[in-house]
Design a protein around this ligand. Structure first.
Ligand SMILES: [Zn+2]
Length: 266
């Protein structure tokens, strides 16, 4: 079993949320609730209420990967919905920098049912990345019965929107490579849960299940803003996780390399 590290880029800056959505109110509400319940302390609460400036932690993650000599997958939104509110062109420099560092990039899909909208997102990503082949993962993992067929017809190389410990499977020419662990669903109240031991033990349970199921790829979905001192426990968990895989001699690969292996071309 090999490891794929992947990141959905949902936010760049706080400013993109001021007049477009209710993300700021959601953040204040969630953390106030967490403070009252005693999940987070006042110091952390104040840190998280600083709702201006940069949200993304792409620079920090790319530095971390550079030091560890690891390549990962990053997915970028090409239209807006559900708190993803940046303009698609504003990710161009990040996309190009990550490509130049050897990482792989793809679409963080918004549409899951409208062929015209799916085509627009695909063409936008092609335009800013200059890539001919890339994959997709949908925002909020939204899928319906024919999303995979639409993605396949669009020409996507792979999808990774299903969250489940299961084998990759093919939809005509396109591979679905499911997510094994996602930060937001690994523990209850992920942004408030400060119990690192629960994060670790739930991870090891999933890993055990994956080993038993003999799946070829263990896929992590980690949201880059958590690679920050505003989320010390989630950041520490992710660093622990990568170090754990290294210590256990797991090999890190990208979805693109996994697709080549699955297609039998090495
Ligand atoms: Zn997302």
């Amino acid at each position: 079993m090999k490891i794929i590290l992947s990141h959905d880029v949902d936010h760049l800056y706080w400013q993109e949320h001021y007049f477009k959505d209710l993300y700021l109110f959601g953040t204040v509400f969630r953390n106030t609730k967490g403070l009252i319940k005693g999940d987070i302390d006042f110091k952390l609460y104040l840190k998280r209420l600083k709702c201006w400036g940069r949200i993304h932690r792409l620079v920090e993650l790319s530095n971390f990967y550079g030091k560890n000599n690891i390549k990962a997958n990053f997915f970028f939104g090409m239209s807006n919905a559900l708190h993803l509110s940046y303009k698609y062109r504003s990710v161009t420099s990040h996309v190009n920098k990550l490509i130049s560092e050897g990482h792989k990039v793809g679409t963080h899909g918004i549409s899951f049912s409208n062929a015209r909208q799916i085509d627009l997102e695909y063409r936008r990503f092609k335009e800013i990345s200059n890539l001919n082949a890339f994959g997709i993962r949908n925002h909020y993992l939204r899928l319906n019965g024919y999303t995979h067929n639409l993605f396949d017809q669009q020409g996507y190389l792979f999808d990774s929107t299903i969250e489940s410990i299961m084998h990759p499977f093919k939809i005509n020419d396109m591979w679905e490579i499911p997510i094994s662990i996602m930060d937001a669903s690994l523990v209850v109240d992920s942004q408030l849960n400060q119990n690192l031991e629960i994060w670790k033990s739930n991870t090891l349970l999933k890993l055990e299940k994956a080993i038993k199921s003999q799946i070829p790829y263990f896929v992590i979905n980690f949201h880059d803003p958590f690679f920050s001192e505003d989320f010390p426990v989630i950041k520490e968990w992710f660093i622990w996780l990568v170090n754990f895989f290294k210590k256990e001699s797991y090999i890190f690969i990208t979805f693109e390399e996994a697709v080549k292996e699955l297609n039998g071309i090495n």
